[in-house]
Design a protein around this ligand. Structure first.
Ligand code: HEM
Ligand code: HEM
Length: 215
């Protein structure tokens, strides 16, 4: 099981992730053609201007109105992407297989940033229960997606700390990591791919057609 999870499963996960992202990207370009206004309205200037605003913390009115959600969202995403890439255990596995190497996080930093991701997930969960306007648009799949995103962090941390049986925990971790990667293109986690395009379109329509800001 360990050999499968640390070998073929990693390949399957990355192939499904990359293949799924390419498939969704091509589908997006094709389906955008069906809407007569999408391509004609797209503007590099207004699209990039909107993206820049939505990628800078507190640059938009909505982010300033909900400053705690803004801080948590930015911290969550930054760690979600950087921790797995710069984790010593992950870099060691890649370098063992392929010889490629890059900088790594110290053990202490990896632990704290992992805890930060888990706390951020708890924050999102509580926010869905507490705020009526968020609860109103919440359905069970939102909890499932949050669990899929948080699971590799919880299980990776538990394996690293050798809680329970190490071998079982690390295999559960590898499976949860693979599930997360494969879920990205085919669930709403695909906002990773769609975010720049939907944002660029909104920015273009608001800026070039309506002559108003979209932030
Ligand atoms: C799919 C293939 C994956 C494999 C084979 C894998 C493998 C591993 C291994 C061997 C460890 C070390 C456990 C130890 O210290 O003994 C680890 C830790 C960890 N992994 Fe993964 N992982 C994978 C995916 C992911 C993903 C997708 C994420 C997050 C998005 C992730 C996040 C973590 C975290 C947060 C830790 C522990 C950090 C700490 O030291 O506190 N892993 N992983
Ligand atoms: C790298 C590109 C990404 C961008 C630009 C992005 C952007 C966003 C934005 C704008 C939100 C809404 C936050 C809010 O309500 O204030 C969000 C939510 C979320 N993102 Fe991402 N995201 C990215 C990648 C990812 C990835 C790779 C995952 C997980 C695999 C992920 C998991 C989540 C989750 C779970 C939420 C919802 C939290 C909730 O329950 O409210 N994101 N993202």
């Amino acid at each position: 099981m360990y050999n499968f999870a640390s070998g073929p499963l990693v390949w399957i996960a990355f192939i499904v992730f990359v293949g799924g992202m390419v498939y969704q990207f091509v589908t997006l370009l094709r389906s955008a053609k069906k809407d007569k206004v999408i391509y004609p309205y797209m503007s590099a200037k207004y699209g990039l201007r909107s993206l820049l605003h939505w990628l800078i913390p507190f640059a938009t009115t909505n982010m300033r109105l909900r400053y705690e959600t803004t801080i948590v969202t930015f911290a969550f995403h930054l760690c979600l992407i950087l921790v797995p890439i710069f984790l010593t255990a992950h870099v060691a596995m890649v370098s063992f297989g392929w010889g490629a190497k890059w900088g790594t996080l110290s053990d202490g930093a990896a632990d704290w940033l992992t805890i930060l991701v888990v706390l951020a997930a708890v924050f999102f969960l509580v926010r869905r229960w507490m705020l009526p306007e968020v609860r109103f648009v919440t359905n069970p799949s939102d909890y499932l997606l949050l669990a899929i995103a948080a699971a590799p962090f919880i299980t990776g941390f538990m394996a690293h700390k050798q809680w329970f049986d190490y071998e079982t925990m690390v295999v559960i971790h590898m499976i949860s990591g693979a599930v997360m990667l494969m879920a990205i293109p085919f669930t709403r986690l695909s906002h990773m791919l769609f975010f720049p395009f939907t944002r660029a379109y909104m920015g273009s329509e608001f800026g070039a057609v309506r002559h108003v800001k979209d932030w």
